[in-house]
Design a protein around this ligand. Structure first.
Ligand SMILES: [Zn+2]
Length: 289
């Protein structure tokens, strides 16, 4: 807020009393068939797992129709998740549109949407053991699509120094390893994350982004159906449970485990696998003469 706000108009109270309208009301968004997902989950078997060490990241690949879990092991730990179309890195997770379509925090039944011009679900959340949390008295929830990821540029801006193990760097290092190149060659592919297990909100008075210790315990997990072939990367944030600090080696950090599952595919025979948006992409331009 400016220190000397401009004078209010006479009808200021009336303007503030206008009723809000939900931008994208629930009911217009096609809903996933959770009963079909539930039946598929009953048949799935684990086929692979990847351990993400603390203050580091790992890539993983999930084929369309497989499930993947991010699992808490050893102790409370926040994970920063990036997702790409495995065949086209320009199609990637779109945190802002996911927030607009669902909410600031996501859970079972919500979807992770991809960037335009595809704009389609990349993954559907099929189970979330922290779904009990909801929103607390501070307005905080779990698994936010508000935050961006901790990064060395912002840390340098605010604190100076050059810390190399922020989630942005961890994700860039992991992607570079996957693509056999250098982090600086791929860091533009790293994007705003799903903050897995992180407990966050906006303060009531100043509407600033805040974090509090995550309630995640070993054994907790969030699980997704891959709606397209995915390349993922997960960073175990240097903030640990993100209860106090990040962008340093100060917090206690723990590994995370990624588990990949194969279901009986006949259980998903009727699943409407998403195609890229069929908008014509003319954008109102006149045809060239
Ligand atoms: Zn982080």
């Amino acid at each position: 807020m400016p220190s000397h706000p401009p004078p209010e108009p006479a009808d200021a109270a009336a303007w503030r009393a206008v009723r809000p309208a939900i931008v994208y009301p629930a009911g217009t968004l096609p809903q996933p068939d959770m009963a079909m997902l539930g039946a598929a989950r009953q048949t799935m078997t684990k086929i692979d797992e990847v351990i993400v060490p603390p203050r580091d990241a790992r890539c993983f690949r999930v084929a369309r129709g497989q499930f993947f879990r991010i699992v808490s092991v050893e102790g409370p730990q926040v994970g920063d998740l990036n997702l790409w179309n495995a065949h086209d890195l320009s199609e990637r997770f779109f945190s802002g549109k996911t927030r607009a379509l669902h909410a600031t925090h996501v859970s079972t039944g919500d979807r992770l949407w991809s960037t335009m011009p595809s704009l389609r679900p990349m993954a559907t959340i099929s189970h979330d053991t922290l779904g009990w949390y909801g929103f607390d008295a501070d307005g905080a929830g779990i698994h936010d699509v508000i935050g961006t990821r901790c990064d060395p540029y912002t840390n340098r801006l605010l604190n100076g120094g050059a810390y190399d193990f922020c989630c942005h760097s961890n994700l860039a290092r992991a992607l570079a390893g996957e693509l056999k190149t250098e982090p600086r060659a791929v860091e533009q592919h790293v994007h705003d994350v799903l903050n897995v297990f992180m407990c966050t909100g906006f303060t009531r008075d100043t509407h600033q982004y805040f974090m509090k210790a995550s309630p995640v315990r070993p054994g907790d997990y969030i699980e997704f159906l891959a709606e397209i072939d995915l390349l993922g990367a997960l960073s175990a944030c240097p903030g640990g449970d993100c209860g106090a600090t990040h962008s340093s080696d100060a917090a206690a950090c723990h590994p995370l485990r990624i588990e990949i599952y194969e279901p009986d595919r006949t259980t998903l025979a009727g699943w409407p696998w998403p195609s890229p948006s069929d908008y014509h992409r003319g954008h109102g331009a006149q045809p060239a003469r």
